[in-house]
Design a protein around this ligand. Sequence first.
Ligand SMILES: O=C(O)CCc1c2[nH]c(c1CC(=O)O)Cc1[nH]c(c(CC(=O)O)c1CCC(=O)O)Cc1[nH]c(c(CC(=O)O)c1CCC(=O)O)Cc1[nH]c(c(CCC(=O)O)c1CC(=O)O)C2
Ligand SMILES: C[S@@+](CC[C@H](N)C(=O)[O-])C[C@H]1O[C@@H](n2cnc3c(N)ncnc32)[C@H](O)[C@@H]1O
Length: 571
Amino acid sequence: MATSPSLTTTSSSNTLLAGLNCTGNVHLVIGTNPLAAARCAQSLGAGAHPIVVAPETAELHYGLQQKIDDGSVKWVREEFEDDHLFRLGREEVGRVVDAVFVTAGASRDELASHISSLCKRNRIPVNVVDAPHLCTFSLLSVHSDGPLQIGVTTNGRGCKLASRIRREIASSLPPNLGAACHRFGEARRRIQQHDEGGSLGDLDDSVDQSALFNKLVTEEDDARRNRRMRWLSQVCEYWPLKKLASVTDDDVHRLLEAYASSAAESDAAKRRPRDGDFDDAGLERSQGKIILAGSGPGHPDLLTRATYNAIQTADLILADKLVPSGVLDLIPRRTPVEIARKFPGNAEQAQDELLAAALKHARAGKTVLRLKQGDPFIYGRGGEELAYFRQHGFAAAGAVTVLPGVTSALSAPLFAAIPATQRDVADQVLICTGTGKKGKAPSPPEYVPSRTVVFLMALHRIVGLVNTTTTTPSSSSSRTLWPLSTPCAVIERASCPDQRVIRTTLAHVAEAIEAEGSRPPGLLVVGRSCEFLHPRERGRAWVVEEGFRGLDDEGMLLPAQLQGLAAAVGA
Ligand SMILES: O=C(O)CCc1c2[nH]c(c1CC(=O)O)Cc1[nH]c(c(CC(=O)O)c1CCC(=O)O)Cc1[nH]c(c(CC(=O)O)c1CCC(=O)O)Cc1[nH]c(c(CCC(=O)O)c1CC(=O)O)C2
Ligand SMILES: C[S@@+](CC[C@H](N)C(=O)[O-])C[C@H]1O[C@@H](n2cnc3c(N)ncnc32)[C@H](O)[C@@H]1O
């Protein structure tokens, strides 16, 4: 999000996009045509002071005339002279103007060339319409909605196309997103104020989350400072945009207040329902039912029909944080939905809240859908939840239904063209966690050359994981170490439009994640199968692949992957 128009420096390669703070700047506009009027409007929108330089006799576009009449644009009624650049600017920068826009004349015009070289010599940013070679920056096609700005450039390869792309992007966004940016920005500011500068250092919104984004917040941590800010970041990362856009001031307030109470509770699971807390096991009432369902890795087409039907018919949906937004979008508008606040360090409380809510509403005769991500029984606490519901009055046949889901553990490798088992390459597959209960490091699986290992919940502690698998522990054991050359892949947001795959080896995976940032949820696949369809590219420590190619493509293999296959089988 930027508060001013984004400018790009112009060259034959791609440009550095930046949001410039133009408040109080002086922009010199040379020309009086409709473009000059548009440039003045853009400068005004960014808080700059446009000055038009044109002779008294010039014909003014009516929009420009209006702005001159109302005093927002100043008109210097003179032919352009070099010293305009050095005497019309702000006093605090020695009267040099901050930027120059030449809106008439174009490429063949000698004056335009002269102004451009003069500006370049004096390091004054200059833009000449329709003459990229004369520009030091170009303007983006910008969608603005309050503090939210989205800029698109094709870097001189078709501004009409850029504006079409911009419109298309803007139309795919939920309404009120600008207001949501404002609301969340305010919440952030309040947290920073109240929590004495609590900050995640995430001010640079041009990069993805760091790999530490999901690091467990422990009770020893400087709770207030970090936790509230983490909480807010988690909401921004995991909630669907539609939900973020519909948040009200009250919701934000409640979210932050809820944090305050959960932080107070964090020293114990005191209020957590436990076995025997309710003496109602076996007590069958006239009650509703609970459906515990998996929603797959991300793409809504990967839902089972059973889960889809449950989504359509439930009275209440209690969804986990990782449930993909494409799935949440299928929930009918009439159906209330709550998303778990399972943020690092708060998973237990959030789980308790959901279990209590599920019981309450099911006891009141409702059909409650506990919607989980992937498969509910694969690191999804599904077994725990089923046992809990059984112990609390939902033991009769049909009182709780469990519906499977496509697990990310097996589908993410598939979407990255990694066959988890492959004849002569991998004859077994192991799914394990990179993080144990309360953030503990589980003991790593031993190295078996013919095994594909999928690590869930591992990326926030990748350094520790690689260390324990590849180096000898101090208490020397006979464990076979993993060779650093073992191929591996990080697969993030598998089957979502922003899926990303990083192909590398154990030697470089931690460095790759550090360099590329994190895009949760993501997992790590290790083993020779990672290279079967993707032979390693010599001289490259890692390779990044962006995007999900959809479910309609024939095969799932890119031409490059097919070439890889040919190479792998020696064709
Ligand atoms: O004990 C804990 O829950 C905290 C330790 C912890 C775990 N993973 C972790 C953390 C750090 C953290 O959450 O801050 C690490 C963890 N848990 C999670 C994430 C989020 C992500 O991958 O983007 C991450 C970060 C992973 C990464 O950075 O790669 C989220 C998570 N853990 C879990 C669930 C499922 C659930 O709560 O129902 C969920 C999803 C919650 C949701 O969608 O709302 C559950 C979980 N957490 C954990 C385990 C392993 C337990 C074991 O078998 O030893 C398990 C599996 C299980 O309980 O059956 C451990
Ligand atoms: C708590 S586990 C839940 C797994 C889920 N029950 C399943 O079967 O996929 C969460 C972990 O699943 C993995 N995960 C979930 N969705 C993913 C996706 N779309 N792409 C890559 N990894 C994913 C990540 O490793 C994440 O840390």
